[in-house]
Ligand binder design. Structure first.
Ligand SMILES: [Zn+2]
Ligand SMILES: [Zn+2]
Length: 265
């Protein structure tokens, strides 16, 4: 299994999960045109994409979902709450293209067992997805204001992950956002800070089998690649984890272009 990021951040999120010559699109926050161009840039034939998984109804995750579903003739998977929140912004879709998922029931797409994990975000019924090929597991963990012990336990078996490192707390506090937006971002239904991400990663290193992590959904205003990577690496060093494989895999995903690839068995 390979996980490609086409773009990661509040101006649009889209990831491609490739397994056994087929692909899934995880979130479709870019325009149809940019998504197809992104697939071409990473060498993926759009005809191999069999479904779109949606995490939640915010525009940076669904802006292109309707048009891509229509253009490629592929179904959308999401929770009932996300469908309620998103349906007004997806254009016309036939009912047979909408698959409502129950986070309590795993499902299989392209030979991958998919688990939907509820997350803490200011959307109706947001989830993240865990992908299990039977040989390896990966998760894209973003758009959550906190990571509970239950969530850590749920992703503890993952070999690879995209981990949200949205903001540096100081930059957010002293930055240009209005007070209400600062509150929203920092709340436990907002986005993970660099330090929260670092602590989650350290827990997974201590208790799990994570070997690769890329930082995602970085804020353009309240973070930078350098600041996010420094925060996470400093924390891992302080925990005595500088020799761990995941330490050397750390990279930050670009906001507007394809990024480094996660490789999982
Ligand atoms: Zn988002
Ligand atoms: Zn969101």
């Amino acid at each position: 299994m390979e996980i490609h990021s086409l773009a990661s951040g509040s101006s649009g999120n889209a990831y491609i999960i490739i397994h056994e010559d087929k692909a899934l699109l995880l979130d479709a926050g870019l325009s149809g045109k940019r998504t197809i161009a992104g697939m071409a840039a990473v060498g993926i034939n759009p005809a191999l994409v069999t479904a779109i998984l949606v995490t939640h109804e915010h525009n940076d995750h669904i802006a292109g979902a309707g048009i891509i579903s229509r253009r490629l003739g592929i179904p959308l998977y999401m929770t009932a709450g996300t469908w309620e929140g998103a349906r007004g912004n997806l254009g016309k879709l036939s009912e047979d293209k909408i698959h409502l998922i129950n986070p309590k029931e795993d499902f299989v797409l392209n030979g991958i067992e998919v688990t939907a994990m509820p997350v803490y975000h200011d959307a109706r019924e947001p989830v993240n997805y865990i992908f299990n090929t039977g040989k390896g597991r990966a998760v894209i963990l973003t758009d959550t204001g906190c990571v509970t012990d239950a969530m850590v336990a749920a992703v503890n078996n993952c070999d690879a992950m995209v981990l949200e490192a949205n903001h540096d707390i100081e930059m957010l506090q002293h930055g240009p956002y209005p007070w209400s937006l600062k509150q929203r971002v920092a709340s436990n239904k907002g986005h993970l800070s660099n330090l929260q991400a670092a602590r989650v990663l350290a827990k997974l290193v201590a208790g799990g089998k994570i070997t690769q992590a890329h930082l995602g959904h970085l804020s353009a205003v309240n973070n930078s690649h350098e600041v996010a990577l420094a925060a996470v690496t400093e924390h891992l060093i302080a925990q005595g984890m500088a020799l761990e494989p995941v330490f050397h895999s750390l990279k930050a995903l670009p906001r507007h272009s394809p990024g480094p690839v996660l490789q999982v068995k």
